[in-house]
Design a protein around this ligand. Structure first.
Ligand code: NAP
Length: 492
């Protein structure tokens, strides 16, 4: 049986801890992938110290050389893509085609970041004074902690680790406790790509102990976190209090707006894709369908028909369209929210229970669920469920749709289905989300395009794309006076 190990200062070593947990396939709880030994606080401290020591060397390694290692890691991910995708499906539960997609995104991100290593440019700026100019340089921060969730256990770590390393930082990576196997493989591939000792460290441990120790260590100059609001806000308070940099990407309650002039087939297909893809366990998953009354009956009828026909099962079967919830806790949370929806008076149209029979009894499967006549004050319309549960909210017109869509603490993603350019562009201007999609699902992103949310979803610089390195660098301004004389006059 595999025992997951920490990677500290270039060495793989089993934790001394006696606290253990099993890594279980959520599609079949008889299938145990391995054992986690929860890293101790002392091990977490050693990981930070090794990263701090390695920083002195890594920061002076030219950025294109750092980028070459990241490019090699991208090639290794490509070579091992299928094995990693199978492991991801077995560990997290998503379908095999979703896992392959996640791997491709990770490869794209690593390639993009490798390219950025040759573009870490500053700017030159003319001074008001003759024979004077200024320029800017981007410098690394030091040790960066990357704290990641289980729902994209390959792509999210890669989109934090790759830019952090390219920028010249050293990293302590703390993955979610539920996904140690994929985390281990990513780090192994970076090691094989030639990452020097101490530059990338992995701690397999709980958030409340090892994670807490890492983020509060004074040598950690920045924390990049993706996860829930509950943890993220607390982490932000703690880390920013000691003056370190923090970036938090958190939850979503993403709306799709369907107007009367929408292509109805496209709107339904995209809502199904956004709502039930990855079992609703995407931060950008569609969880609210806000539909104008005029077309609501038609929309709902087709939506329910499609939801009822989705093939549920183990993601390793290529025919399967919707996998399990990631673990027993998440499974129970989803079922609890279904009860809350019923109690609050929403009309349950399909699903609403665990899926069983046909080999599903050993997994955490929930039937795709649609609630109709949901009102904006209901908990299922306000809180992130993170499962295959979609709420339909009926509205009278576009203005009410916009108002309901914005009536959320979250602001990650959104989409609108319409053929009216005027209302589409008003939506673009007024929707309060960091990303919005026109006539396509709320989900998805690309390596070279910034990703992230506003309002309670996101704090700090955007990840990926042209902004990927912003969080991981400090900007230094340099003034150059080549007059050789005492400055005449002052600069204000
Ligand atoms: P989570 O429970 O907040 O955990 C995220 C990470 O934080 C895990 O590695 C966790 O470790 C760690 N952690 C927990 N307590 C900590 C502490 N006191 N100090 C330091 N680290 C700590 O989130 P999750 O359930 O894994 O992920 C689902 C959430 O992520 C959803 O809300 C989803 O919307 C969000 N998400 C957002 C985005 C985005 O880009 N906006 C993308 C993907 C996911 P343990 O696993 O050991 O508890």
């Amino acid at each position: 049986m595999t025992i997951y190990r920490n990677f500290i200062n270039g060495e793989w070593a089993e934790s001394a801890s006696s606290k253990t947990a099993q890594n279980i396939n959520p599609a079949n709880t008889d299938d145990v992938l391995g054992t986690i030994k929860q890293a101790t606080r002392e091990e977490a401290r050693r990981a930070v110290e090794s990263a701090a020591e390695a920083f002195r060397m890594w920061r002076t390694t030219p950025a294109p050389q750092r980028g070459r290692i990241i490019a090699r890691a991208a090639r290794l991910m490509e070579e091992n893509k299928e094995e990693l995708a199978q492991l991801l499906t077995r560990e997290e539960g998503k379908t095999i085609s979703e896992s392959r997609g996640e791997l491709q995104r990770s490869i794209n991100v690593a390639e993009f970041c490798a390219g950025e290593s040759r573009r870490m440019n500053g700017e030159t700026i003319q001074s008001e004074l003759p024979a004077n100019f200024a320029y800017t340089i981007k410098q690394p921060l030091g040790v960066v902690a990357c704290v990641t969730p289980w729902n994209f256990p390959v792509a999210i770590p890669v989109w934090k680790i790759a830019p952090a390393l390219v920028a010249g930082n050293t990293v302590v990576f703390k993955p979610a406790s539920l996904t140690p196997a994929t985390a281990t493989r990513i780090v192994e591939l970076f090691e094989e790509a030639g990452i020097p000792r101490g530059v990338l460290n992995l701690i397999i441990g709980s958030g409340s102990e090892a994670g807490d120790e890492i983020i509060n260590h004074p040598a950690v100059k920045a924390v990049s976190f993706t996860g829930s609001n509950q943890i993220g806000i607390r982490l932000y308070e703690e880390v920013s209090r000691r003056g370190a940099k923090v970036q938090c990407e958190m939850g979503g309650k993403n709306p799709v707006v369907v107007l009367e002039d929408a292509d109805m087939d496209l709107a339904v297909e995209s809502t199904v894709q956004g709502g039930f893809g990855s079992t609703g366990q995407r931060c950008t998953a569609t969880s609210r369908a806000i539909v104008v009354n005029e077309v609501a009956d038609r929309f709902v009828e087709r939506l329910v028909e499609r939801a009822n026909n989705l093939r549920i099962g183990a993601g390793s079967d290529p025919q399967v369209e919707i996998g399990p919830s990631v673990d027993e806790n998440q499974f129970k949370t989803v079922l609890e929210y279904i009860d809350i929806g019923r109690e609050d008076g929403a009309r349950l149209l399909c699903g609403g229970e665990r899926a069983s029979g046909d080999g599903l009894d050993k997994g955490y499967f929930v039937k795709p669920t649609v609630f109709d006549f949901v009102t904006p004050d209901m908990r299922i319309a306000r809180e992130e469920i993170f499962g295959p549960v979609l709420s339909v909210l009926r509205v009278k017109d576009f203005d009410e749709a916009l108002q309901v869509a914005n009536d959320s603490e979250y602001g990650l993603s959104s989409s609108i289905f319409s053929s009216d350019a005027t209302r589409i562009f008003r939506f673009v201007d007024e929707i309060e989300t960091g990303m919005t999609h026109i006539n396509s699902p709320t989900t998805g992103g690309e390596a070279h395009i910034p990703f992230g949310g506003i309002k309670a979803t996101g704090i700090g610089d955007r990840e990926q794309g042209s902004t990927a390195l912003d969080f991981y660098t400090d900007l230094k301004v340099v003034y150059v006076d080549y007059t050789g004389r005492k400055r005449e006059g002052n600069l204000y």
